[in-house]
Design a protein around this ligand. Structure first.
Ligand SMILES: [Zn+2]
Length: 232
């Protein structure tokens, strides 16, 4: 159930019954010529809602549509927040949920940038260090990549294109680009988008909604398992 569709009383009853809350963290980020800016928001939100439908007393907190960006920072349409803002945001929401009586929390991030993931991990660690609460944190992108194991697939690639074809086919444009990640070694870059000359990485020509559904179903099952096993 979505928390924003519940009343205060509904929420209180769910807490008494030991509710688990999923906090989906999205991003507004350029994803190549074919995918919408909300790609990293739609994926974790979809997974969270499916998991909540399939499992007892799992609530979905409103999705956060902004993340911290490096490579796509300067690309048109990317709207990000700083490391410190993201860490503070996650800390504040966790503290509110805990003050409300929630003791089991799952954070699913659609964006998987290194600093972005670090900011969220830092927030989770600090909260877990002070409060009696179980928090699981991961990127659904990482779970999907592990399952599919497609070589050289990455940002806006085959996996993400297929997943969005399943979740929001209306938003996928006609292009099916092929892009390669171009390493710049250890150089600290002023504009990280030079690593993505095509704006994405991977070969999307074989992307299909069927493959996307297979991946999304797998991620939903994996998250359900994390709730049952890691959080209990
Ligand atoms: Zn993405």
């Amino acid at each position: 159930m979505r928390i924003d569709e519940m009343t205060s009383e509904d929420f209180r009853e769910a807490v008494i019954k030991g509710a688990t809350v999923i906090l989906p963290l999205g991003a507004t980020e350029a994803h190549g010529p074919h995918l919408p800016l909300g790609t990293d928001t739609f994926q974790p939100e979809y997974v969270a809602e499916r998991v909540a439908e399939m499992n007892d007393n799992v609530l979905v907190a409103p999705v956060m549509p902004y993340g911290q960006h490096s490579s796509m920072r300067n690309v048109a349409g990317t709207i990000g927040i700083s490391f410190d803002t993201l860490r503070a945001f996650v800390t504040d929401v966790l503290n509110y949920l805990i003050a409300d009586g929630i003791r089991r929390i799952v954070i699913i991030s659609g964006h998987a940038g290194t600093s972005h993931m670090c900011a969220i991990t830092e927030a989770c660690r600090a909260v877990v260090g002070r409060r009696d609460v179980r928090i699981a944190f991961f990127s659904d992108y990482d779970i999907a990549s592990e399952m599919t194991n497609v070589e050289n697939d990455g940002h806006g690639g085959l996996v993400e294109t297929s997943r969005i074809l399943d979740i929001r086919p209306d938003l996928v444009r006609g292009a099916r680009p092929v892009g390669t990640y171009k390493s710049h070694g250890h150089l600290v870059l002023r504009d990280g988008s030079v690593c993505f000359p095509e704006g994405m990485a991977g070969d999307t020509r074989d992307s299909t909604p069927e493959f996307g559904k297979e991946i999304n179903d797998y991620v939903v099952r994996a998250v359900s398992e994390i709730i049952r096993e890691d959080l209990s």
